[in-house]
Design a binder for this molecule. Structure first.
Ligand SMILES: O=c1ccn([C@H]2C[C@H](O)[C@@H](COP(=O)(O)OP(=O)(O)OP(=O)(O)O)O2)c(=O)[nH]1
Length: 143
């Protein structure tokens, strides 16, 4: 499937690493390095603008290596890019480690997953089907 994109960044368009990859790495497009102190968060621009078909969304997700090695995550993960959004894709990066981290221009900071979604209408009722689980949740089945 083709998706329209405007790339105003200094960097190459994101691409799948292999035919079996779900995520395309998103790159920071910044004029100077951005320092993130412990528990700080920043909106990092990517220079990318996309036009998704109706019924699709793009999800902005953390990279596992950044999370494990540096304690960096996408605070709103997964960030939702709506099909009608025409602004720049931004990545809300939060530093949940005890160390300051510096994001460099061109650094791969997150990944983008394009996904289909349902569009539903609510059917309002007063009773739901019974199930074995019922209202149990949040650890009700034990460890
Ligand atoms: O990680 C993200 C999340 C969102 N967006 C953009 C695209 C999305 O379509 C728009 C709105 O996102 P969302 O609906 O999550 O934000 P909101 O806080 O509900 O704002 P709004 O009132 O504008 O919908 O912001 C990003 O660029 N990056």
């Amino acid at each position: 499937m083709k998706v329209k994109v405007i790339n105003q960044s200094k960097h190459a368009l994101p691409e799948y690493k292999t035919a079996l990859s779900a995520g395309m790495d998103l790159t920071a497009n910044i004029n100077s390095p951005i320092e993130l102190k412990p528990l700080e968060r920043r909106l990092i621009p990517t220079g990318l603008f996309i036009e998704l078909p109706a019924g699709y969304e793009a999800q902005v997700r953390p990279r596992s290596g950044m999370a494990l090695k540096h304690g960096l995550t996408c605070l709103n993960s997964p960030g939702t890019i709506d099909a009608d959004y025409r602004g720049e894709i931004g990545v809300i990066i939060a530093n949940v480690s005890n160390d300051t981290y510096t994001i460099e221009d061109g650094e791969r900071i997150a990944q983008l997953v394009i996904a289909k979604h349902e569009t539903i209408t609510w059917e309002q009722v007063t009773v739901l089907d019974e199930t074995e689980r019922g209202e149990g949740g949040f650890g009700s089945t034990g460890k």
